[in-house]
Design a protein around this ligand. Structure first.
Ligand code: NAD
Ligand code: ZN
Length: 357
């Protein structure tokens, strides 16, 4: 058996106001006349945060459209635009939620790799390191700040550029940046972390490494969504660390049923990651009884609406497509249900589950 030898993020800074160190942190990585590129979530256009970005020389801020989750075509277009305008750049800094951070990682890689990002969807296909890249989350939960992947929807599949070159060189974890997220969005993205923990801790791949991080992340999620009435600054602090620890937990294990099923929804219907996981988790009593019970309690306590009936009216063909995508996520199923998962999760059973959503 070979143990996973995984590449981690290079540098981490954590704390309220740590965003103010961005200028100092990136300055050693500025090269000659090459600009730093700030990919910023379009939510922040016109907001005060933009004035705090340390723009120097020919640096450029690009507001990225994250209405839809990142596509390979969008990554290619951004990288192409930068190559035409500057030849090459000093680095790419992603400021936003999971979508923006994934775009930043992917664009950094595509500055130094030929062809289309779709060519690199898979495991260890990326050939060259990207340009310097930093990630600054403004939502907490996905763990995209620590992961070795960048989830992209391509022409034929939804799959990450999963490689040792993918993790950020630097992340800046400043909980102040998540302060203004709307309650629903904060919950959906926060539940991504909660679900990572349940799937990791209940999975067959679990070991003491992922358990250590998973248990801590779970406790932080509970502090925020179960034990706090309303919201306070401490919630932002805790959820940011929950996201980090949850990401570290799955780095050495795997996600499970909620993610495997939710990938089918997102492929066919474009359902976003956080809310899609919630829609599925709502119906997974059979697989994660305690986790689902607590999930439902958190939904109620935080007065969140989880959509139901999203698969109503779909054709048999549509269901087949979702089942194919979901069944393709073999490591997720194996982690959740064990080596004999195919005997447990049959196509019929999965269809019945999708019918309930
Ligand atoms: P997101 O990045 O898709 O953003 C969701 C919405 O919140 C957007 O409208 C955005 O503009 C807005 N937003 C962001 N920050 C805000 C703030 N501070 N205040 C108000 N609004 C804000 O959401 P997400 O849940 O963070 O990320 C989901 C994405 O992450 C998906 O594309 C998913 O595939 C990806 N993901 C990646 C990994 C990984 O390991 N790379 C893991 C999980 C999920
Ligand atoms: Zn997730």
């Amino acid at each position: 058996m070979a143990f996973r030898n995984f590449k981690m993020v290079g540098y981490v800074v954590y704390g309220r106001g740590s965003f103010n160190q961005l200028d100092e942190i990136i300055s050693p990585h500025r090269k000659e006349s090459r600009p730093m590129i700030f990919l910023v979530d379009h939510f922040f256009e016109g907001k005060p945060l933009v004035n705090r970005i340390p723009v120097r020389g020919n640096d450029k801020i690009i507001f990225v459209d994250v209405t839809y989750e990142p596509k390979t075509t969008y990554v290619d277009q951004l990288a192409q635009q930068l190559k035409e305008e500057f030849g090459t750049v000093s680095g790419v800094i992603g400021i936003g939620g999971g979508s923006t951070m994934d775009l930043a990682k992917a664009v950094s890689l595509m500055m130094n790799n030929p062809g289309s990002s779709a060519d690199y969807q898979g495991w260890d296909l990326v050939k060259n390191p990207g340009v310097y890249k930093a990630g600054i989350p403004t939502l907490s939960g996905t763990g995209a700040e620590v992961s070795r992947t960048t989830v992209l929807t391509g022409p034929t599949k939804k799959l990450g550029m999963n490689s040792d070159f993918t993790p950020f060189d630097q992340i800046i974890l400043d909980p102040e940046l998540t302060a203004n997220a709307p309650a629903n969005q904060r919950f959906y993205t926060g539940m991504d972390c909660y679900i990572h923990c349940i799937e990791s801790l209940e999975g067959t791949y679990l070991n003491e490494f992922s358990k250590s991080y998973g248990e801590k992340a779970l406790q932080l999620c509970r502090d925020v969504f179960v034990h706090t009435d309303g919201w306070n600054e401490e919630c932002d602090d805790k959820l940011m660390m929950a996201s980090y620890a949850g990401g570290m937990s799955i780095a050495y294990s795997q996600v499970g049923v909620a993610h495997a099923v939710s990938y089918g929804l997102s492929y066919l219907l474009g359902t976003k990651h956080g809310i899609g996981n919630c829609i599925v988790m709502n119906h997974l009593e059979e697989y994660y009884p305690a986790g689902v019970k607590e999930f439902k309690y958190m939904v109620e306590k935080n007065k969140i609406e989880i959509p139901v009936g999203i698969c109503k009216g779909l054709s048999d063909d549509d269901f087949e497509k979702m089942i194919n995508v979901s069944m393709g996520m073999k490591p997720l199923w194996e982690n959740a249900l064990g080596k004999d998962w195919e005997k447990i999760m049959t196509r019929e059973k999965l269809r019945a589950l999708y019918d309930k959503l």
